[in-house]
Each structure stands twice: as structure tokens, then as C-alpha cells.
Design a protein around this ligand. Structure first.
Ligand SMILES: [Zn+2]
Length: 137
């Protein structure tokens, strides 16, 4: 799903949720649901060794590759944030983790992942490690 569709979906969720929770929690949900896509410029940087925020370049990266790194789009990172939030009773982080999970679930449903295990970062790092090698120079 594209970022603008994630933004619209997040706004719809927040609108449905409005009045049922504190605004700060809705903000945390929105941050988690939208900013998780910072993964894409990060992926681009890892693969091409240069930064970009160009939607065109980032889209081409996704079209041309079957395997992606996307560290925040992973069960380990999202569940770690959620676990930390629960252990520290940090509501902001908890709602952020829920937003990240919401985004990730929508991505899995709409984009699909190559295999079930590829929703785990550790799987991607071990099975697809060749594409993540950094240049030494
Ligand atoms: Zn995404």
C-alpha cells in the first residue's frame, strides 16, 4: 500500500476512534502507522549507499525487488516496542506499536509477503543476507 493510502486509512481509523481515547494516544497511533514507512528510504540507503526521499526512486526500488529489508516492518521490532511499552506502562509507545502493527497488517494483506516467515526480520537477515552487504569502501 502506498504512503498516501496509509495516511488516509490512518485518518479514518483516528476519526472512528475520536472521542473514545485521549488525543495523545491517537497521535501515537498515527505516528506508528505512518512513520513506520521511514523504512523505505532506509532500505534505499542500504542498497544504493545514498539517501533519497524521492517517491519515484523509492517506488522503483519496491517494483524491482522481491526481497526487502524494511526493519521496522517486522514482527520482532513491533513486538519489542509493544513489550517495552507494556513493561514500562508507556501508553504512548503502546499506541505507537499498535499503529505500527496496523500498518504492517494492512501491508501484509494488500502487498503480501513472499513467505509467512518473511514477516520476521531475522528470517530476512539470514535468508536474504547477500543483498544487505555493505560496501567496505
Ligand atoms: Zn509499509
Amino acid at each position: 500500500m502506498r504512503i498516501r493510502e496509509h495516511v488516509v486509512l490512518t485518518i479514518v481509523m483516528v476519526a472512528l476512534w475520536l472521542g473514545r481515547d485521549e488525543l495523545i494516544n491517537l497521535l501515537a497511533f498515527s505516528i506508528g502507522s505512518i512513520l513506520i514507512d521511514i523504512d523505505h528510504p532506509l532500505d534505499f540507503f542500504i542498497i544504493y549507499h545514498r539517501p533519497t526521499f524521492s517517491i519515484t526512486e523509492l517506488s522503483k526500488l519496491l517494483e524491482g525487488r522481491k526481497n526487502v529489508f524494511l526493519p521496522f516492518h517486522s514482527m520482532e521490532v513491533i513486538l519489542s516496542v509493544l513489550l517495552y511499552a507494556v513493561c514500562t506502562t508507556n501508553h504512548f509507545l503502546g499506541f505507537m506499536a499498535v499503529g505500527m502493527m496496523f500498518h504492517f497488517t494492512v501491508d501484509i494483506i494488500t502487498n503480501g509477503y513472499p513467505t509467512f516467515l518473511s514477516i520476521f526480520l531475522t528470517y530476512r537477515l539470514t535468508k536474504w543476507r547477500d543483498m544487505f552487504r555493505f560496501k567496505t569502501q
